[in-house]
Write a protein that binds this ligand. Structure first.
Ligand code: SF4
Length: 281
């Protein structure tokens, strides 16, 4: 079986940066390092960090002192940083600059008086952090009907649109085009990050040339799930796995060509394990 691996599979700039900051902190401040929520959406990396002494906590009041690392998706509001400062914690901010950008554009749109929509999943921590930094009402949804309903409350329909950084271009542009048809004014900031764009484009073209796609990454990772969706939309058979152990060799019976890609939070060592296993199939 031939195996084709996407060129940009795995850690993106923001995740690489956050993980490096966390490992460096673990070395410099031994035993006193905490991450507020999982540092990234990959359970295996979070476990490895825990082995190095980076403890995951859900709330600041679970930390007695030392260092707190703010995760790549950002914190739920600026108040969290103020609280950490008030607690005397040393703060290491690993928020991805692309997420910071989305937070800033959301605030700008709110300040300029637009009704604001973020095309994304409202339960995702990144959406929560953008909401918390916007300082006003934002609708986070992927459902155009909800946007229409929200706009019905306003006579002048001035809409500001941003996107979750890991959103697919297909979904983002579908919503934008529909909104253009019902609004007087639309201001759009493209906040999809380039790492997402690269991975999506590659996953699409790889899906056109193989029979099976293996998408590697956390089941809780939005960008990995989106990659799997994009491949499915191309009509290829897709398996989303977190590790090589989940792969069943029967999936590849009679298959000549398999593609492999991985979400932006998937470490290289897991991708390599998957590739090594696939070579034995
Ligand atoms: S996927 Fe994009 S926004 Fe998310 S951490 Fe990576 S570079 Fe940053």
């Amino acid at each position: 079986m031939e195996i084709y691996v996407a060129e940009n599979a795995g850690f993106c700039f923001g995740v690489k940066r956050a993980v490096k900051m966390a490992f460096d902190a673990a070395e410099s401040y031994q035993g006193e390092v905490h991450s507020l929520g999982p540092l990234i959406h990959n359970p295996q990396v979070v476990d490895r960090l825990a082995e190095k002494g980076v403890q995951k906590v859900e709330r600041l009041n679970q930390i007695e002192g030392g260092v707190v690392i703010l995760r790549s998706h950002g914190v739920s509001s600026p108040q969290v940083v103020q609280d950490a400062e008030a607690q005397g914690l040393h703060i290491i901010d690993a928020t991805c600059p692309f997420v910071t950008n989305a937070q800033r554009y959301a605030k700008q749109l709110v300040d300029e008086g637009y009704q604001v929509v973020m095309v994304g999943d409202r339960n995702h921590p990144e959406s929560q952090s953008v909401l918390g930094h916007a300082g006003g009402e934002i609708l986070v949804t992927e459902d155009f009907d909800e946007i229409k309903q929200m706009l019905n409350r306003f006579t002048r329909k001035r809409l500001g649109i941003i996107s979750q950084t890991t959103q697919t271009y297909g979904k983002f542009s579908e919503i934008v085009v529909k909104c253009l048809q019902i609004c007087e004014e639309v201001k759009i900031f493209n906040t999809i990050c380039y790492a997402t764009e690269d991975r999506q484009t590659e996953a699409q073209s790889l899906s056109e040339t193989v029979e099976v796609m293996v998408v590697v990454g956390g089941k809780n990772s939005a960008n990995t799930t989106h990659l799997a969706d994009i491949c499915r939309e191309k009509g290829v058979r897709v398996y989303h796995v977190e590790t090589a152990q989940e792969i069943d060799r029967h999936w590849f019976e009679g298959v000549q060509k398999t593609g492999v890609t991985a979400g932006a939070s998937t470490p290289d060592w897991i991708i390599q394990e998957v590739i090594s296993y696939l070579k034995t199939v």
